[in-house]
Design a protein around this ligand. Structure first.
Ligand SMILES: C[S@@+](CC[C@H](N)C(=O)[O-])C[C@H]1O[C@@H](n2cnc3c(N)ncnc32)[C@H](O)[C@@H]1O
Length: 226
């Protein structure tokens, strides 16, 4: 893990992760519903879904709630985020195996679908490519992958990052803070342009790469294991 991800290792800092994230990511509940729907186009009723960066547990909870027969393997290098995930997932824990580690720790099996939400923007290009390739190796041919995270949408990317930062301030936007936060994100996160994101998915062996979610600086793609 790099220094950007250190906050995820500390139980006190992750305590309000689920509330904070729902406030920061536009349409988060709908992003989870769309993710489940896109995976279900290829995943049979009794499907096994690989969840990479599963900490917090929100996407597993939403998918488990919508799909009664799905089972999940979640991987995340943060013990604190996995502990939070177990609490979030609550009654669905018996359908989720949670593993501390990165994709390399995920058992080699052929999964019916995979997600990697709000995670890839922390990884540099090489780490992302390796993560995507390892996900691809673990998917049945034709299975879907859904990813969503901060990206660099065009030349105006810093403005979009500032809008994302401002979105979290529900009462009274402080644009100066939002712009400072955007600059911080742009300097610290290894963000890729939208075109580079799609090239990387393709390099990792995915086809049918389609954008389905765009919200300020967030972008989400669905892709198929080739
Ligand atoms: C912002 S959280 C997103 C969690 C969850 N997917 C969600 O949408 O709420 C990012 C997560 O990625 C995890 N993470 C960091 N590096 C990772 C890696 N190389 N592979 C998998 N997960 C990673 C962190 O520990 C953290 O739990």
């Amino acid at each position: 893990m790099n220094s950007l991800q250190e906050p995820f290792l500390q139980p006190t800092l992750v305590a309000d992760y689920t509330e904070q994230t729902a406030q920061k990511v536009p349409g988060l509940a709908d992003l989870h519903s769309m993710t489940q729907l896109l995976l279900s186009e290829r995943a049979q009723q009794a499907a096994h879904i690989l969840v990479v960066g599963a900490g917090g547990g929100m996407e597993i909870k939403a998918m488990a709630n919508a799909q009664r027969e799905w089972e999940f393997t979640g991987v995340d290098p943060s013990a604190a985020m996995l502990e939070l995930a177990r609490r979030t997932i609550g009654p669905y824990n018996h359908r989720a195996t949670m593993i501390e580690g990165t994709i390399d720790a995920a058992p080699i099996a052929l999964y019916d679908g995979a997600t990697c939400l709000l995670t890839l923007h922390f990884l540099n290009r090489n780490e992302r490519l390796q993560t995507l390739q390892e996900i691809r190796h673990r998917l049945k041919p034709g299975a879907r992958l859904v990813v969503a995270h901060h990206s660099m949408p065009g030349a105006d990317a810093n403005n979009w990052l500032a809008r994302s930062a401002a979105f979290a301030c529900r009462s009274g936007v402080d644009w100066q803070n939002a712009k400072a936060s955007a600059t911080n994100m742009a300097n610290r996160l290894p963000l890729l342009s939208v075109a580079e994101e799609e090239i990387l998915l393709s390099e990792a062996g995915f086809t049918e790469i389609e954008l389905f979610y765009a919200a300020f600086s967030f972008r989400g793609w669905v892709a198929t294991a080739g």
